[in-house]
Design a protein around this ligand. Structure first.
Ligand SMILES: NC(=O)c1ccc[n+]([C@@H]2O[C@H](COP(=O)([O-])OP(=O)(O)OC[C@H]3O[C@@H](n4cnc5c(N)ncnc54)[C@H](O)[C@@H]3O)[C@@H](O)[C@H]2O)c1
Length: 348
């Protein structure tokens, strides 16, 4: 039996949360999921994505439509359930929107986290896995990026919310040794569960490469806009470290296991493959796997976008015993961002 039985998953109806819930249930945890549907589909029965996660695993999820900004509501959930550990995914994450509405982002992401930590402390729950991001590194000073690379020199509000939260967690864990927190800095999550039943299905307008490309493949958008083909990279397009969402999910289970047998106060790990792939390369693989032609339109670089970023993922391998297993081809196999997610077949 896992050391932490009951896991509260905030933002559980979202993209990464819903995939992680599948792995948590398969690993024998009980899952309480909450989401306010700011960026996930909800209906009168709750979260369709989590219903499909139940279908995949044959296990039940307790779900609450709840907002981290509503402290009494979250407090009630902690009163009702003996929560052993929290995986905190809930956040707003659109870089462009964060520049236009900074207060919304600071309020949701920072205040949401503050409320959660206070409620956890009052219920003597000190175990947490936090969703951070490689954006905290800003423009890389060297590659691949290790966890010791400086953070904080960030060009967008969304990234700053992650950075401020990490700083807050440093202060908190320094002040009270009971806290046991792992902050996972994700690189670029893409792909979907192999069942095709869940995937990336946001309700807000998105510009992420993979769901955008899937929409072009399905004829829902005419062309794929590529921001910049004059970067100092072999083919001129930006380079990122794309990681399959199911590999990312297994990284959370590994982090939970580690917290279960180590008192770390606060540790930070990169979750990436350790390999950089250009936008053009990713499009070529997608075209090959899905047998679809993706028309491209090159436009100017976006302000604040960086040239190249990939992880040194060796620390997570050494200490958590985790590494990625799935290939770029696997990442391209499923339609994502299209409402219903299922494998591409050869004729499409
Ligand atoms: N997807 C990425 O590229 C990426 C990269 C690095 C880090 N992250 C981080 O990982 C986490 C999950 O990302 P995702 O891609 O699954 O995003 P997502 O938008 O699909 O999921 C986040 C979920 O949190 C919910 N939420 C937001 N604010 C809330 C609040 N106040 N109360 C309750 N629920 C709330 C949203 O409705 C959404 O379902 C986020 O913290 C994000 O910043 C994502």
């Amino acid at each position: 039996m896992p050391r932490f039985k009951t896991i509260l998953v905030t933002g559980g109806a979202g993209y990464i949360g819903s995939h992680c819930v599948v792995d948590l249930l398969n690993a024998g945890h009980d899952v309480i999921a909450i989401d306010n549907f700011a960026n996930a589909v909800g209906d009168e029965e709750g979260s369709p994505a989590l219903k499909r996660a139940e279908q995949i695993t044959g296990k039940n999820i307790v779900f609450y439509e709840a907002d981290l900004l509503n402290k009494p509501q979250i407090n009630d959930i902690f009163d009702k359930h003996p929560i052993d550990c929290v995986i905190h995914f809930a956040a707003l994450k659109a870089v462009g929107e964060s520049m236009q509405q900074p207060l919304l982002y600071y309020q949701n992401n920072l205040l949401g986290m503050l409320n959660l930590l206070e409620i956890m402390r009052s219920h003597e729950c000190y175990q947490m896995v936090f969703s951070s991001s490689c954006t905290v590194y800003g423009e890389p000073e060297y590659l691949p990026i290790t966890e010791t690379h400086p953070t904080g020199s960030i060009t967008n509000v969304y990234g700053r919310t992650k950075y401020f939260i990490e700083e807050m967690l440093k202060d908190l864990s320094a002040a009270d040794e009971k806290w046991n927190i792992i902050s996972l800095r994700y690189f670029n999550p893409v792909g979907a569960h192999p069942s095709g039943l869940i995937g990336e299905d946001p309700t807000k307008e998105f510009t992420n490469l993979m769901p955008f490309m899937a929409q072009v493949a399905l004829g829902k958008k005419p062309v794929l806009t590529v921001f910049g083909n004059d970067y100092n990279t072999p083919d001129g397009t930006g380079i990122r470290d794309y990681i399959h969402v199911m590999d990312l999910a297994s990284g959370h289970v590994a982090a939970l296991n580690f917290l279960g047998s180590n008192q770390v106060r606060l540790k930070v790990y990169n979750l990436g493959t350790g390999r950089g792939v250009s936008v053009k390369e990713l499009v070529e693989v997608f075209e090959r796997v899905t047998k679809t032609k993706i028309p491209l339109k090159y436009v100017d670089r976006r302000l604040g976008d960086i040239t190249a970023m990939w992880a040194d993922a060796s620390l997570a391998k050494e200490e958590l015993g985790w590494s990625t297993k799935l290939t770029i081809e696997e990442m391209c196999k499923y339609k994502t961002g299209c409402g219903i997610i299922k494998p591409f077949n050869i004729t499409q």
